[in-house]
Design a protein around this ligand. Structure first.
Ligand code: DGL
Length: 274
């Protein structure tokens, strides 16, 4: 039986996107053990109904608690966090951290002209989660948001540059660029992989921010507050395990390019539903 501090942090996303958050977490807390589930067998989440995404999130989070004995869960997916975070926080016996509030904090810290943008999946943007999170801060900013259907699929196909994705980005981001924002939050954990194309469209004067570093900071604070951080005297590096509900080989190959050498292999995680 592992001591609670040595138990892993559980993370999940519909696929590769949460690896942007995993990277920040590993860099900031190299001793922590990690279990990551990418639900590539059912991705994308962004065009699914809120109730389907909620069910997937509950299923994965419950598996992380019961099958992997995690000490904390990071919902490394905006779409899942926007419909299921509160319920997970209320029902699971471990702390649950999302990516929306941390992303908003990063956004508000960077803007100067108080005109900010958020882009995300259809599910995230239509949930209103970002409008609520920003108004909860009482910050006086003008928010323009846009859904970007198709972006996630380009990332999952490893097509992160080129004419096709640039044409789609110009079409989807044009209105947000014209609204005069000085800061754009990438409100989907897949989008940092498209930063080059997004920046080409938005122009160099618009700062792109994402939730990865800020989420890792919140995780670190919560580990310390709950007294469950892995001991600093432990000289050993954390173990990082990766699971996919889809093509495991492809997850390992593309995932390694996105995340780095820590993703040396991936195992299969069996879903209960489709
Ligand atoms: N990475 C997810 C998010 O942050 C994903 C999306 C999807 O599967 O559509 O919203």
């Amino acid at each position: 039986m592992k001591m609670i501090n040595d138990r892993p942090i559980g993370m999940f996303d519909s696929g590769f996107g949460g690896l942007t958050v995993a990277r920040a977490l590993i860099d900031m807390m190299p001793r922590e053990n990690l279990v990551y589930i990418g639900d590539t067998g059912r991705y994308p989440y962004g065009n699914k109904s809120a109730s389907d995404v909620r069910n997937y999130a509950l299923e994965i989070a419950t598996s992380l608690v019961h099958d992997f004995n995690v000490k904390m869960i990071v919902v490394a997916c905006n779409t899942a966090a926007s419909v299921a975070l509160k319920e997970l926080q209320q029902t699971l016996p471990v702390p649950v951290i999302g990516v929306i509030e941390p992303g908003v904090r990063a956004l508000l810290r960077v803007t100067r002209n108080k005109k900010v943008g958020v882009i995300g999946t259809v599910g995230t943007i239509s949930s209103g989660a970002y409008d609520q999170a920003i108004s909860a801060t009482k910050a006086q900013v003008k928010l323009t948001s846009a859904a970007c259907p198709g972006f996630v699929e380009f990332v999952e196909r490893d097509q992160i540059t080129g004419d096709e994705v640039l044409t789609l980005a110009e079409k989807l981001l044009g209105p947000i660029r014209d609204s005069g924002v000085d800061t754009l939050l990438l409100g989907c954990t897949h989008y940092p992989y498209l930063s080059f194309v997004i920046s080409q469209v938005m122009g160099q004067d618009v700062a792109l921010v994402n939730s990865a570093d800020e989420t890792a900071l919140v995780v670190q604070e919560s580990l310390l507050k709950n007294n469950i951080a892995r001991s600093v005297s432990s000289s050993s590096k954390g173990e990082h395990e990766f699971y996919s509900s889809g093509d495991v080989q492809q997850f390992a190959e593309l995932g390694r390019r996105f995340l780095g050498p820590e993703l040396s292999a991936a195992k299969y995680w069996q879903t209960k539903s489709n």
